[in-house]
Design a protein. Structure first.
Length: 390
């Protein structure tokens, strides 16, 4: 087996450029996508046709939000900027907004947009929430003014109402009369999303898979150049041939994914959480699973060219299903979520993100590792059987 390992390592001299290129691609795309996800704030123009104290308060409430960048504008410029796709949308506060809030009547807004997407839906939900908050404050102010005026008729009702409304809005802003906290069930950990970490983990897994699959795919090159047949008739056992090829592919995969994890920490400043051992354990089991998958693919196809054609399709599609490209939390389709359970990327993402992003410890890596090792064992058994009886 040592001779096979030495032979495989010597052949890596011809592929080191690909290794470096895929590693740099993972770093580059992580930096671009991760930073973009964390800092991107779509621009929204606000057209105030009411010009009242209430509309001014409403706009100030909008600008407190950190998800969108709200800017004042007029109708003409707002329509032009939306049409030219320079901003996400334009929000119109129609005349009569203040009267509608005070009288408890239906309040309408206008939205200029060129398409519907999740950002537009989030914007509309935010606008509706702020309007409801203001309407609730106005209702409380009415009740308070009626009560106080009945007790102290000398105090003007309007003065009481305005003062009550301001106090209620101030309470919402600073005292937080109602607060909602979100936790992960059974863990007590916050489910905060970190775009940079998700991109680092996802792209590290995605690009390292190519190295592992094509690393074990050297078997096909051996068959093409008749090296495989010469090894089979040599005193070296078939187990040594497959074992040596697997070990070298595994070592290369571990080195690459370790470089990406360490580089992410020191080059991109990524905090991998409280258990780096858990991260490495999940990564190591993932490398075994993908290497075994590569062995299976090498048994299914006949040539290196066929592997080069089918591997990108398999790796890209399963990475998309497994959540490497985007968080699975935004996926609502049950069939897609079911398919995601069958991909090794999903379990690797779950284990690594639980530690890096959700504050969990080593225990979060145990179950994903067991699942990955089970998948790897199944892939390995199927791959050995196909290659052996080819």
């Amino acid at each position: 087996m040592l001779s096979i390992i030495k032979l495989r390592l010597l052949r890596l001299r011809d592929d080191y450029v690909v290794f470096i290129f895929l590693t740099l691609m993972a770093f580059g795309l992580t930096a671009v996508f991760g930073v973009s996800f964390n800092t991107y704030r779509p621009a929204v123009l606000v057209v105030d046709e009411d010009k009242s104290d209430y509309s001014e308060t409403f706009i100030n409430e909008l600008k407190i939000n950190k998800e969108f960048n709200f800017e004042d504008s007029d109708m003409k410029n707002a329509a032009a900027y939306v049409e030219e796709d320079k901003v996400l949308a334009a929000l119109i506060i129609y005349e009569g907004f203040e009267a509608g809030i005070k009288d408890g009547e239906k309040v309408s807004f206008g939205v200029i947009k060129i398409k519907d997407d999740t950002l537009i839906l989030a914007l509309e939900k935010m606008v509706s929430g702020i309007a409801l908050k203001m309407a609730g404050a106005a209702k409380i102010a009415d009740i308070a003014s009626d009560f106080i005026h009945a007790e102290k008729p000398a105090v003007p009702r309007k003065e009481i109402r305005d003062s009550s409304y301001r106090n209620v809005m101030e309470a919402w802003k600073y005292k937080r009369p109602m607060e909602v906290a979100s936790y992960v069930a059974e863990t007590g950990m916050d489910r905060s999303y970190d775009g940079l970490k998700h991109s680092m983990i996802g792209f590290s897994l995605f690009f390292s898979m190519y190295t592992m699959v094509f690393g074990i795919g050297t078997i096909l090159s051996d068959k093409q150049y008749k090296t495989w047949q010469r090894m089979l008739i040599s005193p070296v056992s078939r187990a040594s041939i497959l074992g040596g090829s697997m070990i070298v592919a595994y070592i290369v995969g571990v080195i690459q994914i370790s470089v990406l994890i360490i580089g992410g920490k020191y080059l991109l400043g990524i905090d991998w959480g409280s258990s780096i051992m858990g991260i490495l354990m999940v990564a190591g089991s993932f490398v075994f699973t993908v290497t075994s998958m590569g062995l299976l693919l090498s048994g299914v196809v006949k040539t290196r060219g066929q592997l080069s054609s089918i591997a990108p399709v398999v790796l890209t599609s399963t990475s998309m299903l497994g959540g490497c490209m985007w968080p699975l939390e935004i996926v609502n389709s049950k069939p897609l979520l079911l398919l995601a359970e069958l991909t090794p990327q999903k379990w690797a993402m779950q284990g690594m993100e639980s530690i890096a992003s959700k504050g969990m410890g080593f225990e979060a890596a145990i179950f994903p590792t067991v699942v990955l090792l089970t998948m790897g064992a199944l892939f390995f058994a199927a791959g050995v059987k196909i290659v052996k009886f080819e």
